[in-house]
Write a protein that binds this ligand. Structure first.
Ligand code: C5P
Length: 242
């Protein structure tokens, strides 16, 4: 299959409804190729919003962070995989069998349709959690240790990528090799407010440390001129802009 170079900037469409989401897609279509539909938009608009974005010639990251018994997750994955869906997420804490059954479902799709580009990403530790939050839910090692642990587990189940904070990008890249797709949310420009994110870095830092893609939501969408801000972000990571 022809290798397509995608913009490393993924825009999180964390907006209340479709009209606004599609406006953002149109505004940022010169700077981003992949748009992320998360729980807020999906629970409001349903799968239709995914098709509408694909219909505009863009790719979609369906970020529903699936976490259930293996059979249920595999069935949801089956419903989500399609041409135009670039990424979808499942939770590493769902365990080996759940990860493997999702990866198996994707493998069966690829056998039937070589045009499927969808990759499953394993959500490791949410970027809104720090070591103290993890301790509170019974994980008594560091966020970094847990991210590595879940990433290794995911790879061993046939999962090709992970979502992690920029703080873990470099150790993931060093320890798990160059083929792993690393997607980092929790990304802010230096002048931004971190909000509820606790493990943050700038886009340039995240990419330098080994991330393939950065996900940006609030700090981009709150700009008066998001396309100009997106251009500055791409320039900061030396990605050619038009
Ligand atoms: O607004 P902000 O840039 O913080 O948005 C980050 C996006 O990335 C949100 O849509 C959030 O759901 C998502 N995300 C995250 N941490 C993860 C996985 C996804 O913040 N571990």
């Amino acid at each position: 299959m022809k290798k397509i170079v995608l913009s490393p900037l993924i825009v999180a469409l964390d907006v209340p409804q479709a009209a606004e989401a599609l406006r953002v897609v149109d505004q940022l279509s010169g700077q981003a190729d992949v748009f992320k539909v998360g729980l807020q938009l999906f629970t409001k608009e349903g799968p239709r919003i995914v098709d509408e974005i694909i219909g505009r010639g863009k790719k979609v990251f369906v970020d529903l962070k699936l976490h259930d018994i293996p059979n249920t997750v595999a069935s949801a994955v089956e419903n989500l995989i399609k041409p135009g869906v670039e990424f979808l997420t499942i939770h590493g804490l769902g365990g080996r069998e759940m990860l493997a059954s999702a990866a198996g479902m994707l493998a069966r799709f690829r056998e039937k349709n070589p045009h499927i580009r969808t990759k499953i990403l394993c959500v490791t530790v949410l970027t809104s959690l720090d070591d103290e939050d993890l301790n509170e839910v019974g994980i008594d090692h560091s966020a970094t240790g847990e991210v590595l642990n879940l990433a290794r587990l995911a790879i061993s189940c046939g999962i090709e990528g992970v979502v992690a904070s920029p703080e873990e990008a470099s150790i993931l890249r060093q320890q798990l090799g160059r083929d792993l797709v690393i997607v980092t949310p929790g990304v802010r420009m230096v002048e931004d407010d971190a909000g509820d994110q606790k493990r943050v870095a700038t886009p340039a830092q995240a990419i330098r440390d080994g991330a393939n893609f950065v996900v940006m939501g609030r700090s981009l969408l709150s700009q008066i001129r998001p396309a100009e801000a997106a251009k500055r972000i791409l320039e900061s990571i030396n990605f050619p802009t038009v």
